[in-house]
Design a protein around this ligand. Structure first.
Ligand SMILES: [Zn+2]
Length: 77
């Protein structure tokens, strides 16, 4: 499977989590020019912001906080 390849019209496969998605893709910060699913886009954005919002958390605590934020993002849509 190629990165960002269109499998069915309107669907793309996320190269990071391999999930099929139809939402507008997010642009990866870590892989220039790569289109990824909105979840992975949020994940990358949160990772980039970790020093500001979770710099003193353990990896487990950080994973928990991140999951919480991603879930809240979903509920808003
Ligand atoms: Zn993804």
């Amino acid at each position: 499977m190629m990165c960002g390849e269109y499998v069915v019209e309107g669907f793309q496969v996320c190269p990071i989590c391999q999930k099929r998605y139809s939402e507008p893709p997010a642009l990866s910060r870590n892989h220039l020019g790569m289109s990824i699913c909105p979840d992975c886009g949020t994940d990358e954005a949160l990772e980039a912001a970790r020093p500001m919002i979770g710099g003193n958390l353990t990896d487990a605590g950080w994973a928990e906080l991140k999951a919480e934020i991603i879930e809240k993002t979903h509920r808003r849509q």
